[in-house]
Design a protein around this ligand. Structure first.
Ligand code: FAD
Length: 343
């Protein structure tokens, strides 16, 4: 991605799309068709494929990432978590990526199973790490490990949290605020991260404050503004239903600003209206984010958590003028199955 980003015109906007591996073979087949359609018509700069914590989806995630990279020819980022994972699974995943031509990893800690929500430093983990194996506790351990084992082969992304981190391993109401998280984000960046991708947000003001804080942040050790020029890609989730938005914002601790909440509440019993209003809300959010100042020469990125769905993203991209062209064989026509859940 680093090379790809450097090749974009400085004032341009690019976007990426996130997918998760479906559980069933039928779901996988359906998603493949949808992916082919979406990547051809929308032309995302890259796609990302999620990874189940603890490696629970490792085979399926790798299979899906390989389809994206190899068959569809779209630069692909594989999410990779490290907590509660053996070094062997991580080594295999990285080797498979190399074999498939995947050169981008989003390096994450992942969430430990609920009973493990304790201070990972002071309390022993149920995972017994053999003496010769790497002990991955935080995402920074994974960033360091990838750099040590694979040099600059991979472009590495790490997670950022514009509204703080919902983390039950932190004693204070299960939440780590932005300020507390910044030194750790700095550690990940110094260890070799190339870009930051954020937790979803619906709050343009909170996002703006976050970017400004990062750009101005002075690292204690180096005394440098280490986030000054790093790509920060905001995570945006189209509003697919009233229930989903409520559940996700609770899980992620993302706040829904009052004006947005009022607009969704007003139509909450009509699924189609929720989606329609949702498209307006996210399009406005995109416009606001695109209007924020960027470091000179850095194009503006946007990351859409698609939930494997097509229509809302299509409408948002169209409204925001982010589709490559509106006519011709690659036009962004969505198919009839484009809003059927693919699980
Ligand atoms: P870290 O950077 O390790 O941080 C975790 C928490 O610990 C933070 O609160 C941080 O401030 C704190 N911390 C870090 N280092 C230290 C230290 N040395 N001492 C004390 N505290 C410390 N999860 C999945 O399972 N699969 C996915 O595919 C996935 N994709 C994601 C994509 C994005 C864009 C984002 C934002 C999150 C994603 N997640 C995914 C969720 C992520 O795994 C969780 O949010 C997880 O709880 C934290 O991961 P992290 O990489 O931010 O961890």
């Amino acid at each position: 991605l680093t090379t790809l980003l450097a090749s974009l015109p400085p004032s341009s906007t690019y976007f990426s799309l996130e997918f998760f591996p479906p559980k069933t073979q039928a779901g996988f087949t359906n998603l493949q068709a949808r992916l082919a359609r979406m990547t051809t018509a929308f032309r995302p700069l890259f796609v990302t494929v999620t990874w189940g914590a603890g490696g629970s989806t490792s085979t399926k995630s790798l299979e899906l990432a390989e389809v994206c990279q190899r068959q569809l020819g779209v630069p692909t980022v594989l999410h990779l978590t490290c907590t509660n994972m053996t070094q062997r699974i991580i080594d295999e995943a990285l080797e498979e990526c190399r074999g498939a031509g995947i050169r981008n990893i989003l390096a994450l800690r992942g969430d430990p199973p609920r009973e493990e929500y304790k201070d990972p430093v002071t309390e022993s983990s149920p995972k017994q790490t053999p003496a010769e194996e790497e002990d991955f506790v935080w995402a920074v351990d994974l960033v360091k490990y990838i750099r040590r084992k694979h040099g600059d082969y991979f472009c590495i992304g790490v997670a950022g949290y514009p509204e703080g981190h919902a983390d039950e391993s932190h004693p204070e109401a299960g939440k780590q605020n932005v300020e507390q998280d910044l030194p750790y984000l700095a550690e990940k960046t110094k260890a070799g991260a190339d870009f930051i991708m954020t937790q979803l947000t619906y709050d343009a003001d909170a996002y703006q404050r976050y970017e400004e804080r990062l750009r101005d942040y002075v690292d204690q050790d180096s005394n440098e503004k280490i986030f000054k020029n790093i790509p920060i890609i905001p995570g945006l989730m189209p509003i697919q239903s009233y229930q989903i938005v409520r559940r996700i914002t609770k899980l992620s601790h993302a706040k829904i600003p009052e004006d947005i909440s009022t607009r969704i509440e007003a139509v909450k019993n009509d699924d189609e209206e929720v989606k329609k209003v949702g498209v307006e809300i996210i399009s406005e959010l995109v416009d606001k984010i695109r209007g924020l100042p960027q470091p000179v020469g850095l194009p503006r990125g946007l990351h859409f958590y698609t939930l494997n769905l097509e229509k809302s993203v299509a409408f948002i991209l169209e409204r925001c003028g982010l589709l490559p062209s509106l006519t011709g064989p690659d036009s962004p026509t969505t198919s009839d199955d484009s809003d059927v859940a693919v699980e």
